[in-house]
Design a binder for this molecule. Structure first.
Ligand SMILES: NC(=O)c1ccc[n+]([C@@H]2O[C@H](COP(=O)([O-])OP(=O)(O)OC[C@H]3O[C@@H](n4cnc5c(N)ncnc54)[C@H](OP(=O)(O)O)[C@@H]3O)[C@@H](O)[C@H]2O)c1
Length: 255
């Protein structure tokens, strides 16, 4: 049974791996045996994460890459292929959020969120899928959000909602067209996890009280509580699972 989830010998890419959820996921893949290429814009942070992965006994490749810029994506993918020789797993995790009422959000801000959260997934997938198709194998996992299927009553997150909802649709579309190439495409949809993205105010007692009252689990997610889902989607345990988004949300989207 444990072999089903083994990633020994696999090569994974994790975008947005300089902080937060991406770091957790990169280390989870490494603990299962994968070598990991970690991408983000802040190279100094990536080199620290790389050392933590190497301490787990795996190879880590920090690659400075802005996922919104196609040239940088192409260079990053080539660097990874030159280093590891293949790519088995692509975790599209880089993301930014944005709070703003629809009548106030600036066009540039709208574009920043859509470019990072949606176009970034498109560009990374475009250049990694070319390689995966040739090998007739690949596991793509997209980090979306509960905000892809629900709105926020207290905080307007329209650009974020739109980007994450679109990624859920893109996940289904890519899954349907890439299954014949042995490529699965799935998503994870977290609710609230404490990271750089979640402002400290969200974790102040008064804000947390509101979240905890709405969320059936009565608490935010803890570091490590996404690991099981991403390892499942990255491993051969999910060979016949594609197009799915698994909400890891303490029941937030079940009410
Ligand atoms: N935390 C939550 O409660 C929560 C809930 C639902 C979904 N999510 C999703 O989880 C993912 C990770 O977020 P997080 O919570 O871990 O926040 P985080 O700590 O702020 O991490 C975001 C990551 O994305 C990277 N990034 C942002 N723009 C980028 C770009 N243009 N190119 C490359 N990398 C970029 C950042 O690195 P650099 O700044 O170094 O580039 C960073 O590594 C996001 O997709 C987010 O929407 C988070």
């Amino acid at each position: 049974m444990s072999n089903l989830f083994d990633l020994t010998g696999k090569v994974a890419i994790v975008t947005g791996a300089s902080s937060g959820i991406g770091v957790q996921i990169a280390k989870a893949f490494a603990r299962q045996g994968a070598n990991v290429a970690i991408l983000a814009r802040r190279y100094d942070k990536l080199t620290k994460v790389a050392k933590e992965i190497e301490a787990l006994g795996r190879e880590a490749l920090p690659v400075k890459c802005d996922v919104t810029i196609e040239k940088q994506v192409i260079t990053a993918v080539n660097t990874i292929l030159n280093t590891f020789g293949k790519i088995d797993i692509l975790m599209n995790n880089a993301g930014v959020d944005s709070v703003g009422s629809i009548d106030l959000i600036e066009e540039a801000e709208w574009n920043r969120v859509i470019d990072t959260n949606l176009k970034g997934v498109f560009l990374m997938s475009k250049h990694v899928v070319k390689h995966m198709k040739k090998r007739n194998y690949g596991k793509i996992i997209n980090t979306t959000s509960v905000c892809g299927v629900i709105g926020g009553k207290y905080e307007p997150l329209h650009a974020y909602n739109a980007s994450k909802g679109a990624v859920i649709s893109l996940t289904k579309g890519m899954a349907a067209s890439l299954a014949r190439y042995g490529i699965t495409v799935n998503g994870i949809g977290p609710s609230l996890f404490e990271t750089e993205m979640t402002s400290p105010e969200l974790f102040e007692e008064s804000s947390l009280k509101i979240y905890n009252e709405i969320c059936p689990a009565g608490r935010p997610g803890n570091a490590g509580e996404l690991d099981g889902a991403v390892i499942y989607f990255a491993s051969d345990a999910s060979s016949y699972t594609t197009g799915q988004t698994l909400f890891i949300d303490g029941g937030f989207t079940s009410i």
